[in-house]
Design a protein around this ligand. Structure first.
Ligand code: SAM
Length: 214
């Protein structure tokens, strides 16, 4: 997702270092100090406008959340959402590329990774950019606790099928798979902006939970 250029976004983000962490590489291995507690840390790669990560932070005050987004123009919406929710103490945002996770996190820093409605990159030559490609799975494994989990939701059947195969081939254990999440919507499901949009059109939402094996 890339929104219309917002020239003010970069300054607005920089003026909220309490939410969008500047120089996040300085906190590698020390994220507990940022949050002031040793609660588990869950991250969402490709946060978009932030409804999911903010909703999860409000719903689960004993878990710390970091939303990661590539673009200022999108991150600024997530920042506004966090501010509108009174800036939950357990929520931070990083304006960085998920491909660089190892710059910001080390083994054991993260307890869970969320991927929601990730860009599908349908062309085979772009497969490495899919957030469930083997290369990304390796990154997640490198920063997660032992037996850490990846939770993934999408409306895109092709990306979901690819992800099931990629995750299985990597040797991860599939814990839960849903081909229509909203039929029996879990009570604790927090919808993303894309999830609201696609489910309103009647499209099924696919979801999986997978964990790395030691
Ligand atoms: N998760 C949101 C939702 O479900 O509403 C947004 C989905 S949108 C299709 C995907 C988002 O992931 C975009 O905002 C895009 O900028 C971001 N994104 C894609 N690749 C990324 C990467 N490598 N690192 C960080 N963000 C990324």
């Amino acid at each position: 997702m890339r929104l219309r250029n917002k020239p003010w976004a970069t300054d607005f983000i920089a003026s909220h270092p309490n939410v969008v962490i500047p120089n996040p590489e300085e906190h590698i291995g020390k994220w507990q100090a940022v949050f002031g507690n040793d609660n588990p840390l869950h991250i969402e790669v490709g946060t978009g406008k932030g409804q999911f990560v903010t909703g999860m932070a409000l719903q689960n005050p004993d878990i710390n959340y970091i939303g990661i987004e590539l673009y200022d123009s999108v991150m600024v919406c997530a920042l506004e959402k966090a501010i509108a929710a009174n800036t939950p103490a357990n929520l931070r945002l990083l304006k960085v590329n998920g491909a660089d996770l190892l710059t910001y996190f080390e083994k054991g820093d993260v307890a869970q990774v969320y991927l929601n409605f990730s860009d599908p990159w349908p062309k085979v030559r772009h497969a490495k950019r899919r957030l469930t490609h083997e290369g990304f799975l390796k990154l997640y494994e490198s920063i997660l606790v032992d037996e850490g989990e990846v939770h993934f939701k999408t409306d895109n059947r092709g990306l979901f099928e690819y992800s099931l195969m990629s995750i299985s081939a990597y040797g991860m254990l599939l814990k839960d798979v849903s081909l229509d999440l909203h039929v029996n919507m879990p009570v604790d499901n927090v919808m993303t902006e894309y999830e609201e949009r696609f489910s309103a059109k009647g499209q099924p939402i696919y979801r999986l939970e997978a964990k790395f094996q030691t």
